[in-house]
Write a protein that binds this ligand. Sequence first.
Ligand SMILES: Nc1ncnc2c1ncn2[C@@H]1O[C@H](COP(=O)(O)OP(=O)(O)OP(=O)(O)O)[C@@H](O)[C@H]1O
Ligand SMILES: [Mg+2]
Length: 232
Amino acid sequence: MSEAVIRVVGLGKSYVTAAGLFPALKGVDLEIRPGEYIAIMGPSGSGKSTFMNLLGCLDTPSLGEYWLDGQNVAQLDNDALARLRNRTLGFVFQGFNLLPRMSLQDNVALPLVYAGADKETRRRAARELLAKVGLGQYAESLPNRISGGQQQRVAIARALVNQPRLILADEPTGNLDSHTSEEIMRLFGELNAEGITIVLVTHEPDIARHAKRQVRFLDGEIVDDHLTEPAP
Ligand SMILES: Nc1ncnc2c1ncn2[C@@H]1O[C@H](COP(=O)(O)OP(=O)(O)OP(=O)(O)O)[C@@H](O)[C@H]1O
Ligand SMILES: [Mg+2]
């Protein structure tokens, strides 16, 4: 059996607040295998973003272990962690997070600048991915010239540019209407069919239904983990 892309053991996170330590995540165990497509659900404040930020190595746990692509994240130095993140992970956020003064092409290519790719490689990769998400004709446009759904497609193209094995998306459809959300979910479905592992957070059962497995958080713990029933 192939190795888990993600394995967390007893993962916990407490925030320092004026009222003392607040345990937002209370010792979570989860294993995610290559090719899985998981929706993380749960009420506001249940720890979903806290968990995603740990998976994305954007924050460090207070307790427990996180193994990403077979490596114990806590034991990596900054350079090794940056390399692992770059080649393994792509991020998509609720707010798209595109740079407003950069063309769509340059936005998509930005992670390749950090990876040290030359200009022509960056241009080619960005063009290819914009075409893949159906926005090839807008390569030179600025983000404010396109719709929210289109901006999210650009953000997905940017997340794909380092050819990650895993996409992490925190409420990627949270700012989109239901029709546009369905289009974005279709794109995630296609990416998963190509073999990319996807973990996405959503409040909406209709969105979660697109995933193959659904994990529910409550008060910083996983309270349910089941495969999605096939549509009737
Ligand atoms: N930086 C922080 N400092 C202190 N408390 C925090 C911090 N970030 C989150 N929390 C608290 O931790 C808990 C979990 O927050 P988190 O953002 O993970 O929830 P969530 O499930 O993503 O919620 P939502 O659905 O509203 O996005 C909440 O009670 C929140 O107030
Ligand atoms: Mg959140």
